[in-house]
Design a protein around this ligand. Structure first.
Ligand SMILES: Cc1cc2nc3c(=O)[nH]c(=O)nc-3n(C[C@H](O)[C@H](O)[C@H](O)COP(=O)(O)OP(=O)(O)OC[C@H]3O[C@@H](n4cnc5c(N)ncnc54)[C@H](O)[C@@H]3O)c2cc1C
Length: 295
């Protein structure tokens, strides 16, 4: 590994000043679980590393006007253990719980995972299904991006040089809705998924139709995907087995996975269809339970 200077600024202003001084020579680090591997493999060779770990900001999980705000420096294990997350958006706790091992989850941060931009990660499909928005900040100001517009290509995101991912804002789901994240893991429990699918279904007030639906896909293209055509099949319809099957076929049609040691591209496409169907069924069952409780 190339030698590098290490900086531990204690304010956001210092972070921005260091980024301004070193420009593209510098890399931010949060949990370090992805960056250190990339550096050891010489895939990135920063001459300066700026740690975000001493910043007091971005460490909280807070309710805010109908959303839950996850600071970028919150760790995966903090998300999975948070009573607020478990009570308000349980699928988020389930999703983060499914990542790797506890040792990784104790270090990896919400922001670091997203900026890493690996299309095989678990949280992005769930955040797409949950209509999350990501807040970026820089000396020029702040902006928000919907989760589905954040990922541009393999390991490439919408974060511009000099920007920091500050916060992930997740709207609290409607009481008539249910969510599911399913991770297909044919190898070991701590592996990356072969296919990851998240679904969120909101029922009409009388419970007969699908008022709103979102489907997020992971491991199935150069970026996490939102399966809009599949959603269109279901929106406003009764969610019977036929409609769900048709939606799963539509979702499969937009996938473009790579063959690797977790499965061939053809196998992953087939599994995409199966897991979209199952995720929709589970989200629907949870929406019905939730409607039963609230009605
Ligand atoms: C053995 C192993 C198994 C894994 N298995 C899984 C799995 O099954 N599922 C899964 O989803 N993930 C898995 N991961 C990946 C893990 O999710 C990522 O390594 C982790 O999310 C990265 O978070 P971090 O905080 O450590 O990021 P870092 O390594 O600190 O940073 C990653 C990138 O983000 C940038 N960055 C960090 N924070 C910010 C910020 N706030 N603003 C702007 N840029 C920032 C850094 O400059 C760097 O480019 C695994 C990782 C390992 C090592």
């Amino acid at each position: 590994m190339k030698s590098f200077g290490f900086h531990s600024p204690e304010t956001l202003e210092e972070v921005f000043a260091l980024q301004g001084k070193f420009g593209e020579e510098a890399k931010l680090v949060a949990g370090g679980t992805a960056l250190t591997i990339m550096m050891k493999q010489n895939l990135v060779r920063p001459s300066e590393v700026i740690s975000l770990r001493c910043l007091p900001e971005f460490r909280d999980i807070q309710p805010e006007n109908g959303t839950l705000s996850l600071g970028a420096l919150v760790t995966y294990s903090e998300v999975e253990a948070s009573p607020l997350v478990r009570e308000r958006i349980p699928v988020l706790a389930e999703t983060y719980h499914h990542v790797a091992t506890l040792r990784i989850r104790n270090m990896a941060t919400v922001g670091g995972g997203l900026v890493h931009g690996d299309p095989n990660q678990d949280p992005p499909p769930a955040l797409i299904a949950l209509r999350a928005r990501f807040r970026l900040t820089s000396p020029a100001g702040a902006r928000e991006i919907p989760a589905e517009d954040f990922f541009l290509d393999y390991y490439e995101t919408a974060v511009k040089p000099g920007e920091i991912l500050a916060e992930v804002r997740v709207p609290r789901p409607s009481p008539r809705s249910g969510q599911a994240y399913l991770k297909f893991l044919p190898r070991t429990a701590d592996d990356y998924a072969t296919v990851g699918v998240a679904a969120s279904v909101t029922l009409s007030a009388d419970g007969t139709k699908c008022e709103e639906v979102r489907i997020g896909l992971g491991c199935l293209a150069p970026t996490p995907l939102r399966a809009r055509e599949a959603e269109e099949v279901l929106r406003g319809q009764e969610l019977g087995p036929e409609a769900i099957r048709e939606a799963a076929e539509k979702a499969k049609a937009i996938t473009d996975p790579l063959s690797d040691h977790r499965g061939s591209a053809d196998y992953k496409r087939e599994m995409a269809e199966v897991f979209v169907r199952r995720a929709l069924e589970q989200a629907l069952a949870r929406a019905r339970q939730s409607l039963g409780r609230s009605g």
